[in-house]
Design a protein around this ligand. Structure first.
Ligand code: IMP
Ligand code: MG
Length: 185
């Protein structure tokens, strides 16, 4: 795979800013959910680094669970509007205070479909925490209760966000120069 430095157009959010904002969100969530009924649900795979760091900044007791959905295929850069659940939760969310943790909300189709699906299971509450929000791209109506950063309409990578499944490990969020990026064969 290509070295990311070859196609990094700019660092949008550096490591320090991610840490600072995650700590702020963690403090806010701790205050809002004091009673230990909180379940963090992470949408695989992009939300993992954020979930892990956020969870360590939440001081109230909480559980976590994972689900996987897909709206993007390799090589595609646009959400299709159709979402497939490929891995369901292991937890019964009935009467739980559920907080959905996402890496990014783009068109909003992914999260809108997941919210619809989870609501049927009658959680006590259901809220959304996203690290990044490409607000100007929104097509579906999505309530965003906690947001790390509102970002411009640019394709980003790093800190959970992938380009063709790679570069999720990078500790910052960068903008891709798609003219310089070479997709895997
Ligand atoms: P939505 O359904 O359009 O809101 O798409 C949400 C999903 O698209 C996210 O969970 C990401 O997996 C992916 N996505 C959207 N924008 C980007 C981006 O800039 N970089 C990497 N993945 C993205
Ligand atoms: Mg994703």
């Amino acid at each position: 795979m290509q070295d990311y430095k070859e196609f990094l157009a700019e660092t949008l959010i550096d490591e320090e800013s991610l840490k600072k904002r995650t700590a702020e969100l963690g403090a806010q969530i701790s205050a809002d959910y004091p009673d230990g009924n909180l379940l963090l649900i992470c949408i695989l795979r992009g939300g993992v680094p954020f979930l892990v760091d956020l969870s360590r900044k939440i001081t109230s007791p909480h559980a976590m669970d994972f689900m996987a959905v897909s709206s993007y295929g390799i090589g595609k850069r646009e959400s299709s509007g159709t979402v497939r659940v490929s891995l369901d939760l292991q937890t019964d969310i009935h009467d739980k205070d559920v907080l959905l943790v996402e890496d990014i909300i783009d068109s909003g189709h992914t999260i809108a479909s997941v919210l619809e699906l989870l609501n049927i299971r009658q959680p006590r509450s259901l809220k959304v925490c996203t690290l990044l929000d490409k607000a100007e791209r929104r097509e579906a109506v999505v309530p965003v209760h906690y947001c790390g950063f509102i970002i411009p309409n640019k394709f980003v990578f790093g800190y959970g966000l992938d380009i063709d499944e790679y570069y999720r490990n990078l500790p910052f969020v960068g903008v891709v120069d798609l003219d310089k990026y070479i997709p895997p064969a």
